[in-house]
Write a protein that binds this ligand. Structure first.
Ligand code: R5P
Length: 277
């Protein structure tokens, strides 16, 4: 973006606690504080809270740029007694002086509504669709929404690609987290398929979708997601389930980070900055 980078020294103590030292005068500055809160989410949130509070106390205006916003899935109490974690995150961000939040493909619109400051979710779906269309050899693919929550994103991807889309019915056990695909079979015999989702964490959703597609005779299965969190052995698990290729963006560090999400974020931030002038 051609903006100056603020000098900061970070120290991590042997017990994992972090310390920051900002070496410049901050008064009157507007700071884009870039921090993705992927796992370990608690630690990354703590970094963001410490830095934001200090910047704010020193007179800077803090705009948190969070390419991946952890806890976004807990935007409501799905079972009685559950905590709406995202609401608390939004509250904490405000209390440490964050005045604006920009993120990428926030899990749900419902989540955005929990923030009391301006919040905007930039979409990395156009970049993913462009990459799959130009870099992955597919023959007249079918685009797949693995669950109801991914429908809008999948529709957008399919329309940008110029392909048809289908939607699966997924059921996740709210206690065990186990996934059951309620869709039994689909008409994809001999076809290439692209599963589109916002995030892959344990890979349960993509694995179950791939098994269903392969059982239904699909030829090639590609998984395209924005946030490839891919915990532990998830990459191998998905390959074993029959996924031919996984494509993610660089909102979180990952081995499948093939699409650059920084450009659409920078483009949005430029419009915000231009409005101030
Ligand atoms: C769910 O609503 C999300 O959009 C993803 O489908 C889900 O969070 C992915 O998690 P996992 O990889 O553990 O199935």
């Amino acid at each position: 973006m051609g903006l100056p980078l603020l000098a900061v020294t970070t120290t991590e103590f042997p017990d994992g606690e972090i310390k920051y030292r900002f070496e410049e005068k901050l008064d009157g500055l507007e700071v884009l504080l870039v921090q993705a809160t992927y796992p370990p989410s608690g630690k990354h949130y703590m970094q963001l809270f410490l830095a934001s509070h200090h910047l704010n106390q020193e007179g800077a205006k803090v705009h948190a740029v969070m390419p991946y916003l952890g806890y976004a899935r807990q935007s409501r109490a799905f079972l009685p007694g559950e905590i709406v974690s995202l609401g608390i995150v939004a509250h904490l961000l405000r209390s440490v002086g964050v005045q604006r939040v920009t993120t990428v493909d926030m899990h749900s619109a419902e989540g955005l509504a929990l923030f009391s400051m301006p919040v905007y979710s930039v979409s990395a779906i156009p970049g993913l669709a462009e990459y799959v269309k130009t870099q992955v050899k597919l023959d007249d693919p079918v685009v797949v929404a693995p669950d109801a929550g991914s429908l809008k994103r999948t529709e957008a991807f399919a329309s940008l690609y110029g392909a048809k889309f289908i939607q699966f019915k997924k059921n996740r056990d709210r206690v065990t987290g186990r996934i059951k695909m309620e869709t039994d079979s689909v008409d994809v015999k001999g076809k290439d398929c692209v599963i589109v989702d916002d995030v892959i964490t344990t890979g349960g959703t993509v694995a179950a979708s791939t098994e269903l597609l392969k059982r239904s005779g699909a030829r090639k299965v590609v998984s395209a997601c924005v946030h490839a969190v891919l915990l532990g052995e998830t990459y191998d698990k998905l390959m074993k389930a029959g996924v031919d290729e996984i494509i993610g963006t660089n909102t979180v560090p990952s081995v499948v980070s093939k699409v650059d999400a920084t450009e659409p974020v920078a483009a949005y931030l430029r419009t915000i900055i231009a409005q101030r002038k």
